[in-house]
Design a protein around this ligand. Structure first.
Ligand code: SF4
Ligand code: SF4
Length: 198
């Protein structure tokens, strides 16, 4: 993989993502140790992202690697809590190398797939976390009335941060990046584990 170009791409999108977190900070509850969003194994990773994640795994010290190894084994054999095996004590052990979806967790995002707009509210709104104070359960939407009532300075905004959009930026072509196919993290890890056992 072309690590240098992928890291240039990450630097660019992280500037954009961090700006959005800053603008929306009144609604954001993300803090070190909150890792509910890492406790699903359904997160999608493209081939390029997974290769980069494994770069991070290769950099881990032996002790951490062996914890991750045992969590991967338990995960792929279906014997563990459904959480990302790179999560240790509620902290990502490969933070620099995490996937794109891990970087956008927590913001309101939208996508346009086949001409259809989709608006995504972080699932942790249901846990009283991001955007919960302005969420309307009945309509499953952000309530402008609550935003006004509670005197927020910024409007909640949906950002074009869906992977389908981020993978198709002009920069991706300029840097010659190829994300390859996308699969659930657990499926990549099953192959990774099988290859190691051979
Ligand atoms: S996105 Fe939600 S679950 Fe994830 S760290 Fe932020 S507040 Fe916690
Ligand atoms: S790679 Fe890190 S940030 Fe992403 S789901 Fe796993 S533990 Fe969470």
């Amino acid at each position: 993989m072309d690590i240098l170009n992928y890291e240039k791409y990450l630097e660019f999108i992280m500037d954009y993502i961090n700006q959005k977190f800053e603008v929306q900070k009144e609604y954001i509850k993300c803090a070190k140790g909150c890792a509910l969003c890492c406790k699903t194994i359904g997160v999608p990773f493209s081939e390029l992202e997974f290769e980069y994640l494994i770069e991070g795994y290769n950099q881990l010290d032996d002790e951490t690697k062996s914890i991750v190894d045992s969590k991967i084994k338990q995960l792929v054999s279906g014997n563990c809590e459904k959480e990302c095996p790179f999560l240790i004590n509620n902290i990502c052990s490969v933070y620099k190398y995490r996937g794109i979806i891990c970087r956008t967790f927590g913001l309101l995002t939208f996508s346009n797939i086949d001409g259809k707009d989709e608006y995504n509210i972080p699932f942790c709104v249901h846990k009283g976390l991001n955007y919960a104070s302005v969420y309307d359960e009945e309509t499953n939407s952000i309530s402008s009335e609550k935003v006004t009532e509670l005197n927020y300075k910024e409007e909640p905004k949906f950002y074009a941060l869906d992977r389908s959009i981020l993978f198709n930026l002009k920069l991706v072509r300029d840097l010659g990046l190829d994300f390859g196919v996308s699969r659930r993290l657990i499926d990549w890890l099953k192959d990774f584990e099988n290859k190691r056992e051979k």
